[in-house]
Design a protein around this ligand. Sequence first.
Ligand SMILES: [Zn+2]
Length: 242
Amino acid sequence: MGQAHTPAMTVNELLRELHRLHLKIHDLREEAERAPRRLRAAQAKIDAASKALQELLDRIKHLKVEIHQKEITVKEHQAKIERYQGQMKAITTTKEYDALRHEIENERLAITVIEDQILEVMLQMEQKQAQVPALEAEVQKAKAEYAKVEAEVGGRRDELYSQLAEAEAELKQLEQHLSGDLKSIYQRVVKAHGGAEALCELRDGYCTGCQTQVTLQQQIDAEANRIVVCHSCGKLLYLPAR
Ligand SMILES: [Zn+2]
């Protein structure tokens, strides 16, 4: 432990450096937490695009079934026509003949109506099919985006955690320089505000944490490397590097 050889730091230097490390740790932790959120967001885009595509494909399938059913109905009507035409050979009166002619006409009319409906459904189906490539492209785009985020997050993960461990170790070591009142006040404010928010600069006579002006005595104390706590927000103040 070569700590004994570390040159003595002033209160301002020590607090400045402690704060720098607290902020660094805070940022690295935020980045680490952001990674799963980014992945979840990218996955949600894939899910949404896939759902839209599936709904479209289901709709097309449904229209196909509808066409198929209508075609069966047409065949049923055609079968009836053939049956009536068969019966025609056996009829003897004009009345019977007219009645069958009339039935056949009705069947043909029914077929015409259904065939028009089939054309309409086919048109709908073609319109839906034309939308498929765009939605497929959306799914592919979302998958590519996910892969990109995953590569970024994965590539950074090891580096991120090693930087975090390094900064935490550095902070721990630096905290050993704290003693007496400074140590107890530092521990109290860190507990109350969290490391990144526990300390702040005293800049041009103001606490940068709450924008409150410090007293002249506090300014003098800070310059003399004595402990200064903001009367308003309770944070530990230090002077910026000159
Ligand atoms: Zn303040």
